[in-house]
Structure formats: structure tokens, C-alpha cells
Ligand binder design. Structure first.
Ligand SMILES: [Zn+2]
Length: 99
């Protein structure tokens, strides 16, 4: 399934709702970035930053869509936009920016 099909389908609406809920939780509970690597991170995320900021909030799913991950059924994790990009899952970034 291409990212275009996901964006236009029913899955996208569910995904957007889950993203919004996670963003609230990230702000309320001060959840750190889910990106853990030898580069670091695990840092807090400022959810008030505009989505154009590389340190702004994005929601990520542990298994990339491009690797056969399920967009809707997976638990999402908060990520910095920059970290999500470093992780190399372009599909998530693309969906978020389509708003
Ligand atoms: Zn991060």
C-alpha cells in the first residue's frame, strides 16, 4: 500500500486521532522522544513548537509502514520531527505534513 492510499483512506482519520491523543499525553505527562540510539535523544518534546520546527512533535510507530507495519493498530510513540527523520521513516512525516 502506498502512502498516498493510506493518507486518503479511513486509516488516516484513525491515525490522526491517535496522533492528537498522543500529543496531549506527551504534553501532560512530559513523555520523552522515543528515539534511542547511540546518537542520544530520549529528550523531552515541546509540543507547542510549530510542525515546521525540527524539534517539534511527531507521532511514530515502531514498525515502519514501508516494512509492512500496520498504520492503525500499532501503538504510537512521540518523536521529535528530526529524530523521526533520522530514523528514516519518511511515510510518517509525509502524513503529518499533509494536514
Ligand atoms: Zn528526539
Amino acid at each position: 500500500m502506498s502512502s498516498r492510499q493510506i493518507r486518503n483512506g479511513k486509516g488516516h482519520r484513525v491515525y490522526r486521532r491517535k496522533q492528537a491523543a498522543l500529543k496531549r499525553r506527551t504534553a501532560d505527562e512530559n513523555l520523552p522522544c522515543g528515539w534511542r540510539s547511540h546518537y542520544g535523544c530520549g529528550q523531552p518534546i515541546d509540543t507547542t513548537l510549530p510542525y515546521t520546527d525540527k524539534m517539534s512533535f511527531t507521532a511514530d510507530h515502531p514498525v515502519a509502514i514501508t516494512n509492512g507495519g500496520d498504520l492503525v493498530r500499532q501503538e504510537l510513540h512521540p518523536f521529535h520531527r528530526k529524530c523521526n527523520r533520522d530514523k528514516g521513516d519518511a511515510a510518517t512525516v509525509e502524513i503529518w505534513e499533509a494536514t
